[in-house]
Design a protein around this ligand. Structure first.
Ligand code: PGA
Length: 251
């Protein structure tokens, strides 16, 4: 794996955007696996800038997002479709019909998972999967103890996640989605390349467990050690634990 260490969030975001941009330039009709969360926002902003400058074009790019809440419509401000539209899709020259997020409003979420798996297959698989990493090592909605051998599936959110999320839903726990659709670890591991982004000292410990600890379901992201093409882009604070533990920094 490659580890790129940046001074701060801004430079980290630029390095991540560079890697995504390189993927698009080398293969204009590539399939990007995209992620929500706070970490990728800076990289998305940078991609928007480069596209507006004319350095980059998304006209042939296809995308598949990692996950979505069950029961939230694309118009809901907390839905991941809304997040992607606002932070990237509406701001670049991507064909919105080529963008895919699991449908949280599907009548039958299980069927939606099968449809999503077939879709990824029909697109020819994911060229580059972007991933943020949770403090407990989750990737997508694959929380600790998640099975390593699942494709897209429905997950029940833990009580602590539901409680933590209530701040985004008027502090009303009854409004918080209880389930989500997520690509599984197997779907993620099938991506040809993986780009992990991490920022801040609070991610330092989980990065050590993920990349230097044992591969185990208690730390879902630890499976990434088995993937042949992983790039971790982080700022100094996030990478401090890995650096102290002697991990080899590529750049
Ligand atoms: P964050 O989330 O980018 O907001 O830290 C990462 C994640 O939980 O997947």
């Amino acid at each position: 794996m490659r580890i790129y260490c940046s001074e701060n969030y801004e430079t980290m975001s630029r390095v991540a955007a560079n890697i995504i941009s390189a993927q698009i330039i080398f293969k204009p009709n590539c399939v990007l696996g995209l992620a929500t969360g706070s970490t990728p926002i800076g990289a998305y902003k940078q991609l928007v800038k480069w596209q507006k400058k004319g350095d980059l074009s998304f006209t042939q790019v296809r995308s598949v997002n990692l996950d979505e809440y069950v029961g939230l419509s694309p118009e809901h401000s907390q839905s991941y479709r809304y997040f992607m539209n606002e932070n990237l899709f509406k701001q670049v020259n991507i064909n919105i019909e080529n963008t895919n997020v699991p449908n949280g409003m599907a009548e039958n979420p299980e069927e939606e998972c099968s449809r999503y798996n077939s879709l990824i297959e029909e697109l020819g698989g994911i060229d580059l999967q972007l991933l943020g990493i949770g403090h407990n090592g989750h990737i997508g909605f694959n929380e600790p103890e998640a099975a390593f051998n699942l494709n897209t599936h429905v997950v029940k959110l833990s009580e602590t996640t539901i409680e933590a999320n209530s701040r985004f839903f008027d502090n009303d726990i009854s409004k918080v989605p209880t389930h989500a659709i997520t690509m599984g670890i197997k779907s993620i591991m099938h991506a040809r390349k993986i780009l992990v982004v991490a920022s801040g000292a609070d991610k330092s410990d989980i990065l050590v467990k993920t990349f230097m600890g044992s591969v185990m379901p208690e730390v879902p992201a630890s499976i990434l050690q088995m993937h042949p093409d992983v790039t971790l882009v982080g700022d100094k604070a996030a990478l401090s634990g890995l650096i102290n533990a002697g991990a080899k920094i590529t750049l």
